[in-house]
Design a protein. Structure first.
Length: 126
């Protein structure tokens, strides 16, 4: 029990209070803005198209059992893909919210002035 309290007191708490540099926060914000969010939109769109194609195959192939099976598989994988993209979007919002990045201004290009930092976040100590 003493080892656990030692680890908690001298290792975990000081690391939790350590401030994250603004360059790192800006980097995460830019990666989220320019890479992750557009990738989520593209992959969500692909999953939606796959789902719609599956619907079409399912309803157009009523007489063909193979077409029904293919349509069901496309619809299932489309739903799974959309669920994964929504989960990734939620995880990225959680990470950026935990770092104190409130909003990224899409009009900012080339500088970090579009990043709004939450100064009340427990991660940042002014």
């Amino acid at each position: 029990m003493e080892i656990l309290s030692f680890i908690q007191t001298y290792i975990l708490i000081p690391q939790a209070d350590a401030a994250i540099s603004e360059e790192f926060v800006a980097f995460i914000g830019r990666v989220n803005q320019h890479v992750v969010n557009p990738l989520i939109v593209v992959l969500f769109s692909v999953a939606l198209v796959l789902f719609i194609v599956g619907l079409y195959k399912f309803f157009s192939g009523k007489d063909n059992a193979d077409a029904l099976k293919t349509g069901k598989q496309h619809m299932l994988w489309g739903i799974i893909g959309m669920a994964i993209m929504v989960s990734v979007f939620g995880i990225m919002n959680f990470i950026t919210g935990s770092l104190g990045i409130d909003d990224v201004d899409p009009s900012s290009s080339g500088d970090f002035s579009g990043l709004q930092r939450d100064t009340q976040s427990p991660v940042f100590r002014p």
